[in-house]
Design a protein around this ligand. Structure first.
Ligand code: URA
Length: 434
């Protein structure tokens, strides 16, 4: 078999058979297929698409590319969650400790930033010393001990996704349903969770731009999960504006910590509550969504969730004093407010552009080798439908470079559109796929 044949076949719109997909994933994982051929095939897949059989084959090959965990020797029931990616999406940082604090073990593999959307691992690396590098024995020991693990692909689970994810990020091949479904579900299958809650984003800051596309992606992933014997539920949520107020690694960590302390933005807390409640429902900790919400809220109010987060940071080598005093997290040299140029109602926010603007400030990667500046980003306190007066603060830029700060100010001003008349607020959710 030759890689060039697969590339040409897909380029011309033909299906790949399962053996060919296995060959690609095995060869790319082993390093015998170079990045340029893998990138070329990814672009052909991006343009031509994959059918359901190809998508399932790709997912299974990626899940088999490394270890496949069976966690039942350390936990009777393990739950996992995954977001399809968005701007300001720090949900994992709140949901994972919330659910673990309710007695449901959460062993999770997370990713780095992808395109305009941030990554949980990049955010968590705002903590001094924190690492997601661990072997299987530590993964299991930590899951047994504190019921909470946040690992990366380095655990040798789905290593094919680790490599492909980084390549897709810099080759314009992220926003394809089959590639996203295979990426997410291969990690979930390999990580051995019994049940999975998927947070599928839709809107101008998500990879899926319409409710229909988000539903289709959700359906593919729920079916893959069900076929593999994992209970899977997908929530379709809004990404036509950033989630919460903070965009940028350390800023998002601070907002997640505030939320665990009960002081986070309302939209972000309600989002976390919904995701956590579905996880608790699947784990049998409640009989209804309302009951699950009460269980999750109690774990936040009495400080158990924050304690779980602290335990996880400590177990993974992080500096716990930064949890207790978030002012010790990375701080930017330049902080500047952006004022509303005139009075009006926030009509729209170009969410992907806000994400890209953060990447350009240094908060994400434009090429694979870029290093992240954890301190930079934005606080955007306004939401679509909010009324603002001329001169009100509609954003704050955090930067470590004056020129980049000036550029980012301009960019953010251009992403927030004001209108004269009233504007309807955006829904938080668009349904659930089971
Ligand atoms: N999240 C993932 O894990 N993979 C994708 O491809 C997109 C979002």
């Amino acid at each position: 078999m030759q890689m060039i044949d697969l590339i040409e076949q897909k380029r011309d719109g033909d299906e790949l058979n399962t053996k060919q997909i296995d060959y690609f994933i095995e060869g790319y994982t082993a390093g015998s297929i170079p990045d340029y051929q893998a990138a070329s095939l990814l672009m052909a897949i991006f343009i031509q698409g994959m059918n359901r059989r190809e998508t399932v084959a790709l997912t299974q090959a990626m899940a088999r590319s490394g270890d496949q965990l069976d966690l039942h020797d350390v936990a009777t029931f393990v739950i996992d969650k995954h977001s399809s990616g968005g701007v300001g999406d720090k949900t994992t940082l709140v949901v994972q400790p919330l659910v673990a604090a309710c007695g449901v073990p959460v062993g999770k593999m997370s990713g780095r930033g992808l395109g305009s959307s941030g990554g949980t691992l990049d955010k968590m690396e705002s903590f001094r010393g924190w690492t997601f590098q661990m072997g299987l024995p530590q993964f299991k020991a930590q899951l047994a001990e504190i019921g909470l693990v946040l690992a990366g692909q380095s655990v040798s689970l789905a290593p094919a996704d680790g490599k492909l994810y980084a390549l897709r990020d810099v080759t314009g091949t992220v926003a394809n349903k089959s590639l996203i479904a295979a990426s997410i579900m291969s990690k979930k299958l390999a990580a051995g969770a019994d049940a999975i809650v998927l947070d599928v984003k839709m809107g101008n800051g998500a990879f899926m731009k319409t409710v229909e596309d988000a539903q289709e992606l959700a359906r593919i992933m729920v079916d893959i999960g069900d076929d593999a014997g994992r209970q899977t539920v997908a929530i379709i949520s809004d990404m036509n504006q950033p989630l919460g107020h903070a965009v940028g690694n350390a800023l998002e960590v601070k907002e997640a910590l505030a939320t665990l302390r009960g002081n986070g933005p309302r939209d972000f807390w309600l989002h976390c509550l919904k995701v956590a409640s579905y996880m608790l429902l699947l784990a049998g900790k409640a009989d209804s969504l309302e009951e699950a919400e009460a269980v999750a809220t109690a774990a936040r109010e009495d400080g158990r969730a924050l304690q779980k987060f602290r335990d996880m940071v400590r177990s993974q080598g992080g500096d716990v004093s930064q949890v207790d005093d978030p002012a010790q997290l990375p701080r930017a040299q330049f902080v500047e407010e952006i004022s509303a140029p005139w009075s009006g109602t926030v009509a729209s926010m170009d969410t992907a552009e806000i994400g890209w603007s953060c990447v350009r400030l240094g908060g994400g990667r434009l090429v694979k080798s870029d290093t992240i500046d954890h301190a930079v980003g934005f606080l955007l306190p306004v939401k679509v439908g909010d009324q603002v007066k001329k001169g009100d603060t509609i954003g704050i830029v955090y930067a470590n470079n004056r020129d980049k700060l000036i550029q980012a100010r301009k960019e953010i001003l251009a992403t927030i559109k004001l209108a004269d008349g009233p504007v309807e607020r955006l829904p938080y959710f668009y349904g659930v796929v089971k």
